[in-house]
Design a protein around this ligand. Structure first.
Ligand code: ADP
Length: 364
């Protein structure tokens, strides 16, 4: 192998190690100047800057300083057919988000999932809360790891199963007190593996538990998957709803355009066990109901503050599994409303387009 070819191969391998989602189009070497042309899916200033930093860092560690690297990015257009085909065994993909953390989005996701499973549907949860996964705890799967299975000659992850729900979470791959400190591209890569390198088999519903905020992971999901609809969870508190508004606006943006199937108000009130009639509106009253009127989005249910719901989450058995309880009734109603709105959406609207980021609008 010539020295030039050797250098090009080494550059390719190093870039692939740093970021597997980037496609290398061309590497040219003229004297000491090396031009590298790359295709990147997430064509935002932030992603490009991060990718460039990581690649420059690894190249400068592995080559002597006489070489000058110039890195160019072009947007990588995702083939919609290709991406859809990979998950064509999944009938409905629903993103569950909250924008603000700690409002009970994961608790609601877990309880809707077990309710769907009780109704006889095949359900999966993708815990995309890469930086703060909790599904492994809520489904009593701490310490368990998915096995690898062979699917048509390719090694895939087999989701773990609990109470009839298939689950993949980054929490299966990190220890309990390990902080996940990843740059955007690393998190996106991990998420890609959970989505595409998994053997989900047939599912009626894949619920995606999104991280708080409206960032990289959200963008990455809508660029890869045809999400049928989203659910937004919020408490009625003003600060939570301010974030929920941002979350709703993100789905409504022209280039994202994912229907919001409904809003859920969590921690609506506290009803003391000794007085059935009394309700304390700890985080405010009817805030999310009003939000749903403002945005003309269906309100699909409210969940009170219930000690047993918190406890059942902590011990890894979602509260809605308690037969004939108030909690199971609440989640039955929410889940039915979600299905009604989803069916209406699937009848009236075409499949959601996978987002292609065409402009830099909205990117800092
Ligand atoms: P998020 O996913 O929005 O960060 P979680 O689902 O992790 O929020 O919930 C945050 C905390 O609040 C958890 O300890 C959970 O058990 C508790 N929690 C959530 N909803 C309720 C509720 N309705 N009643 C009592 N505790 C709740």
């Amino acid at each position: 192998m010539s020295k030039e070819l050797f250098i090009k191969e080494k550059i390719k391998n190093l870039i692939n190690e740093v970021n597997t989602t980037i496609e290398i189009v061309n590497i040219n070497k003229f004297s000491n100047d090396v031009t590298i042309d790359l295709l990147i899916e997430n064509f935002t200033h932030k992603s490009k800057a991060e990718a460039k930093n990581n690649i420059t860092e690894v190249l400068s560690k592995n080559f002597d300083s006489s070489l000058n690297f110039k890195i160019n990015f072009k947007p990588k257009v995702i083939d919609k057919e290709d991406s859809n085909n990979k998950l064509n065994n999944i009938k409905n993909i629903i993103a569950i988000s909250s924008a603000k953390g700690g409002v009970g989005k994961s608790t609601v996701t877990a309880n809707i999932a077990v309710t769907l499973s009780k109704m006889g549907f095949k359900v999966g949860i993708l815990d995309a809360d890469i930086y703060g996964p909790s599904m492994h705890i809520m489904f009593d799967l701490v310490g368990r790891k998915p096995l690898a299975v062979d699917v048509d000659g390719k090694s895939k992850m087999k989701p773990l199963e609990s109470y009839g729900v298939k689950i993949l979470s980054i929490g299966f791959f990190t220890s309990m007190d390990q902080a996940v400190i990843w740059r955007g591209p690393m998190a996106t890569k991990a998420l890609n593996q959970l989505i595409f390198d998994a053997d989900w088999k047939e599912l009626d519903f894949l619920l995606i538990d999104l991280p708080p905020g409206t960032g990289d992971i959200h963008l990455s999901i809508v660029q890869k998957l045809s999400v049928n609809g989203s659910i937004v969870v919020s408490t009625p508190q003003i600060v939570a709803m301010a974030d929920a508004r941002k979350g709703i606006s993100m789905y409504k943006q022209e280039n994202i355009n994912i229907p919001v199937l409904g809003l859920i108000e969590n921690m609506s009130y506290f009803n003391p066990p000794e007085d059935n009639e009394k309700k304390y509106y700890i985080f405010g009253k009817d805030g999310v109901k009003n939000l749903s009127e403002d945005f003309q989005i269906p309100f699909i249910g409210e969940v009170p503050i219930v000690q047993g719901l918190r406890e059942s989450g902590d011990i890894g058995r979602p509260g809605a599994l308690q037969e004939d309880s108030d909690l199971s009734k609440i989640f039955d109603d929410i889940t039915k409303n979600m299905i009604i709105n989803l069916t209406e959406r699937n009848t009236k609207l075409p499949p959601t387009e996978i987002v292609k980021i065409k402009t830099m609008a909205g990117c800092s």
